[in-house]
Design a protein around this ligand. Structure first.
Ligand SMILES: N[C@@H](CCC(=O)N[C@@H](CS)C(=O)NCC(=O)O)C(=O)O
Length: 240
C-alpha cells in the first residue's frame, strides 16, 4: 500500500495520475497547506521540505523496509521504476524521460508558479516580477511546443512520467483564464497533447479527488484567508 500525502495542486495531481494509471493501491492523507498541515512535526519527518506531495511505500519490493519519498519528480521516477511502467528501461529513452521530468521540476514548475503568484497572489502589483516570470514561462512553453511538434508525447509516442509532470501545470495555467499567463492559441501542439492527457480515464479519476477535499480550489487572493496567505506566502517557515 502507498500512503500519499497530498493536496489538490499541480504537484499533487502528478502522483495521483501515475497511481491511477498504474492501478496501484493507495490511500490519500490530506495535507491542507493553507492551514499549515505541512509544518506539523509528523509531516516534516516525511517531507523535510514541508511541501506536498510525499509518499510512504510500505512494501517497496513486495516487502522489506518501508521507503519515504518527497519531491514529485523523485516520486514519479520511483513509481516508474517500481512498476516498470511509464519510463522505458532503454538507457537513451530513460535518460530522455528523466531530463524532461527535471525540466519541469526545475523550470516550468517554479517559473510558472512565480508567474501565477505575482499575477494573482502578491499583495502589490510588481510589474518587473510579472514581466520576468511570465516571459520565462512563455519561453518554457515555447520549448514544450517545439518538443511536441514532432512527437505525440514529450518522449516519443508513449505516455510517460514526463507528461504526467508537465500536464498538471498546463491545467493550472489554463484554468486561470489569464492571457498574460497562458493561452492555447500560440501552442496548438500543447493543446493537442493536453487534451489527450486530460481525456484519459486515469487522469479524470485523479482529478476527481479534488471534490473530496474542497468544493472550489482557490483561484486568487480572495479565496485565501489572511492566515492562509501568511502560511503560504509569508515567512512562516523561516527560523531566525
Ligand atoms: N519541488 C516540489 C514542489 C512541491 C510544492 O511546491 N508543493 C506545494 C503545493 S504544489 C506545497 O506543498 N506548498 C505548500 C507551501 O509552500 O507551504 C515538488 O515538485 O514536489
Amino acid at each position: 500500500m502507498i500512503d500519499l500525502y497530498w493536496w489538490m495542486s499541480a504537484n499533487g495531481h502528478k502522483i495521483t495520475m501515475f497511481l491511477e494509471e498504474a492501478g496501484l493501491p493507495y490511500r490519500i492523507h490530506g495535507i491542507d497547506v493553507s492551514k499549515g498541515d505541512q509544518y506539523t512535526p509528523e509531516f516534516q519527518k516525511i517531507s523535510p521540505n514541508n511541501k506536498i506531495p510525499a509518499i510512504i511505500d510500505d512494501a517497496p519490493n513486495g516487502g522489506g523496509r518501508p521507503i519515504t519519498i518527497f519531491e514529485s519528480g523523485a516520486i514519479l521516477i520511483y513509481l516508474a521504476e517500481k512498476t516498470g511502467r511509464f519510463m522505458s528501461t532503454d538507457l537513451h529513452t530513460r535518460m530522455e524521460t528523466i531530463q524532461w521530468v527535471f525540466w519541469q521540476a526545475a523550470g516550468l514548475g517554479p517559473m510558472g508558479g512565480q508567474a501565477v503568484h505575482f499575477l494573482n497572489f502578491a499583495p502589490e502589483h510588481i510589474a518587473y516580477a510579472i514581466a520576468r516570470y511570465t516571459s520565462e514561462n512563455r519561453r518554457l512553453l515555447g520549448v514544450l511546443e517545439r518538443r511536441l511538434e514532432e512527437r505525440q508525447f514529450m518522449v516519443g509516442d508513449s505516455y510517460s512520467i514526463a507528461d504526467m509532470a508537465s500536464a498538471p501545470w498546463i491545467f493550472g495555467f489554463q484554468r486561470r483564464n489569464q492571457k498574460e499567463l497562458f493561452d492555447f492559441e500560440p501552442y496548438p501542439n500543447i493543446k493537442r497533447w493536453f487534451d489527450a492527457i486530460m481525456a484519459r480515464p486515469a487522469t479524470q479519476r485523479a482529478y476527481a479527488h479534488v471534490a473530496n477535499f474542497v468544493a472550489n480550489a482557490p483561484k486568487d487572493n480572495r479565496d485565501f484567508s489572511e492566515d492562509a496567505r501568511r502560511i503560504l506566502f509569508g515567512n512562516h517557515a523561516v527560523k531566525s
